[in-house]
Design a protein around this ligand. Structure first.
Ligand SMILES: C[S@@+](CC[C@H](N)C(=O)[O-])C[C@H]1O[C@@H](n2cnc3c(N)ncnc32)[C@H](O)[C@@H]1O
Length: 265
């Protein structure tokens, strides 16, 4: 039953061709899967974040470890993995915003590493949303271990929820995405964001790391892409693997409730 749902979701999200091509991966042996997970674990431990803070963010979670394999609307749930802390900081460092006015939201927050890294910026609040109860449980433990001096628990909210069902707060937003959804789910998330911005014009930034479904955002009339530090100075991205690179979008002045002439950057 679960396998049939996964196959149907894969055909829906990736298409028949890609699903057939990926079948060997889906049917991959437990041994190969363990090797892949070990390799990723080694990579993710390299920045020393978990060793420094006593957290558990590096280990990959897949399939049943996450819980739901498909969303309520029948889309694939992407596995959990994370990036280096430097890859989270790089796009945030390039934002010319008054952080204290913005809420940071990680949609598909996994074990909470971006929330912990973003806590060093003076965001008004931090919210993590993940469909996987297992991820949210680990994120809670991680934030407790990270310690209240680095992340005051009153500043952060964790929600076990499908990102398509998340109701956006009415504040200026920085939305962080590390390739968390297939294109169809991202389209739904962007449609919710557009609805919210039309009802209440305000500034919003989308930081999209490893942007596999860029079209879901580039087709939006409300957002425009801005160059990151790495786009302007390719030297800044040396040593950063391609899957850690980000595309950054900001609301056009009209969507943010500003006239074009008052646009600041
Ligand atoms: C690649 S991980 C990114 C984790 C985290 N943002 C980070 O950078 O460390 C993707 C996460 O998205 C979550 N996810 C997948 N589909 C989702 C959905 N529809 N709603 C909410 N979370 C989802 C998965 O459970 C997984 O934890």
């Amino acid at each position: 039953m679960r396998a049939a749902k996964l196959l149907a979701a894969s055909i829906r999200d990736l298409g028949l061709g890609a699903t057939l091509e990926g079948l060997p991966l889906i049917l991959i042996s437990p041994l190969t899967m363990r090797r892949l997970k070990r390799r990723k674990l080694r990579e993710s431990l390299q920045d020393g974040f978990d060793a420094a803070h006593g957290t558990d963010t590096a280990a990959v979670l897949v399939g049943r470890e996450l819980g739901p394999g498909v969303t309520r609307s029948g889309h694939l749930v992407v596995h959990y993995e994370t990036t280096s802390a430097a890859a989270i900081r790089a796009p945030l460092d390039g934002l010319a915003i008054d952080f204290s006015r913005f809420v940071f939201i990680d949609l598909g927050c996994g074990k909470g590493k971006p929330l912990m890294v973003a806590a060093a910026y003076p965001f008004r609040r931090l919210i993590g949303v993940d469909i996987s109860p297992a991820c949210i449980a680990v994120a809670r433990r991680n934030i407790a271990r990270y310690g209240p001096e680095k992340l005051d628990p009153a500043r952060v909210e964790l929600l076990t929820l499908d990102a398509e069902d998340f109701e956006l707060p009415g504040d200026p937003l920085v939305i962080y995405l590390f390739n968390p959804f297939p294109g169809k789910v991202l389209e739904g998330v962007v449609a919710n964001l557009e609805r919210s911005l039309r009802e209440q014009p305000r500034e919003a930034v989308i930081v999209y790391v490893n942007p596999h479904a860029l079209a879901a955002i580039t087709r939006s009339e409300l957002f425009e892409r801005i160059p990151t530090i790495a786009d302007r100075m390719p030297m800044a991205a040396v040593g950063m693997p391609p899957y850690e690179q980000a595309a950054v979008f900001v609301t056009r002045p009209e969507a943010a409730g500003k006239s074009a002439s008052s646009k600041q950057r």
